[in-house]
Design a protein around this ligand. Sequence first.
Ligand code: 3PG
Length: 209
Amino acid sequence: MIDRILAKRIVPVIVLDDPASAEPLAEALLAGGLDIMEVTFRTAAAEESIRRISARFPEILVGAGTLLEIEQVKRAKDAGAQFGLAPGLNPKIVEVARAEGIQFSPGVMTPSEVEQAMALGCKLLKFFPAETAGGVGMLKNLAGPYGHTGVKVIPTGGITSANLASYLKLPVVAAIGGSWFVDKALIAAGDWKEITRLTKEALAAAAQA
Ligand code: 3PG
């Protein structure tokens, strides 16, 4: 599973208000060449959206984001989520995700949080909020003491096609996450062509890194 994220190196952070948008969005991303989706549990539509995507698009690696509650992890798994992320590090969520068999990446921002995540056995971490937390410079510093441990990060927060390559060039960065190409306004407008165009642009930028 991690291999697939590592191959494309881009994770779309998706907020859906209506599960009816899930399938056209999946098609738009596939048309752009991306077969990974992180649907965030920030809306009531998340669970049903994951269910529809996993049922109709077995070729898509679908995961759940913003997992803040134990019951969300279980609902995500039952709906078909294959991986999970959260903005922060909650040991209970790590434990339940492991018990449910979901590959889970907790969010970290500081050295102490990196060490806590490592102590819990997590090796692929979300680095959030990436740009605000110091971006590429911060990650270069964190790679000093932690690079040799094999821990990798998925920086998210403030990343776009303009800066993603600077992150992906860092050996500590496995992939980046972002919402700019699956923006809520584009989804609300049903602008699937623009989402496909932005997805292609993002993958092209990642390939240059
Ligand atoms: C997240 O949840 O990871 C962020 O909201 C995504 O950040 P972005 O909207 O700046 O890409």
